[in-house]
Design a protein around this ligand. Structure first.
Ligand SMILES: Cc1cc2nc3c(=O)[nH]c(=O)nc-3n(C[C@H](O)[C@H](O)[C@H](O)COP(=O)(O)OP(=O)(O)OC[C@H]3O[C@@H](n4cnc5c(N)ncnc54)[C@H](O)[C@@H]3O)c2cc1C
Length: 189
């Protein structure tokens, strides 16, 4: 906004770094960071510095090649357009307002837990199952947004993964649909 460059407004409110956004191909409101990338410089597992293009980065929904190649993203060239500061600010304010109204930003979470599917929105189904506010220990399905799991205090990784499995089972039982996490689970719980 300060440099009057438009194209990244959708990212306003997505917490994280450029490296994390590229690794996860972070996106919102129909746009993704991968759309904006020209090239990426990274260090491979043999400590070689390489540059790859957007096409070589294999971006798809919440996916990039870095989830397969163990590379460390060092920097990225991003293509933006010249814009008008007031318009950029207006868009960013709109996106922030939507997020504040719809997401439990006052509580710790890892963001939206489940991948958006082509034919249905997992959060909507979770809500329809009456699961909003359901808890396992301190891990709770947000009362505001059924796609978020919030930490009420001292939630453990185990409580969160148990809650994810509980939700998946309920959705399978009621709709015979499989929903998959978009968050990455590291290590053992
Ligand atoms: C409230 C909230 C709202 C969110 N909304 C959205 C949303 O709208 N859209 C969306 O896509 N995501 C959303 N997220 C998820 C998250 O913000 C994004 O995935 C973000 O891009 C993660 O960036 P990070 O820097 O925090 O990465 P981390 O979460 O720290 O890491 C993510 C992965 O990237 C790897 N990584 C990080 N940096 C590098 C690097 N330099 N080189 C190689 N690998 C690296 C890490 O090892 C890890 O595997 C939300 C999260 C929260 C809490």
């Amino acid at each position: 906004m300060d440099n009057e460059l438009t194209g990244l407004e959708f990212a306003c409110g997505i917490p994280g770094t450029l490296g994390g956004a590229i690794f996860m191909n972070a996106g919102a409101y129909g746009q993704e960071i991968g759309d904006k990338v020209i090239e990426i410089k990274y260090m491979d597992e043999n400590l070689n510095i390489k540059t790859i293009t957007k096409e070589e980065s294999q971006f798809s929904y919440r996916k990039s090649i870095f989830q397969k190649n163990d590379g460390i993203i060092l920097n990225a060239k991003i293509k933006l357009e010249k814009g008008i500061k007031e318009n950029i600010k207006k868009k960013m304010d709109e996106y922030s307002k939507i997020r504040k109204a719809k997401q439990p930003l006052n509580m710790p979470s890892a963001g939206s837990v489940f991948k958006r599917e082509e034919n249905f929105i997992p959060a909507k189904l979770i809500d329809e199952c009456g699961l909003k506010s359901y808890s396992i220990g301190d891990a709770q399905i947000s009362s505001l947004h059924a796609g978020f799991i919030v930490n009420k205090g001292n939630a453990t990784a185990k409580e969160i993964t148990e809650l994810i499995k509980y939700i998946q089972n309920k959705i399978k039982e009621k709709y015979n649909l499989i929903i998959e996490p978009e968050i990455r689970i590291l290590g053992e719980d």
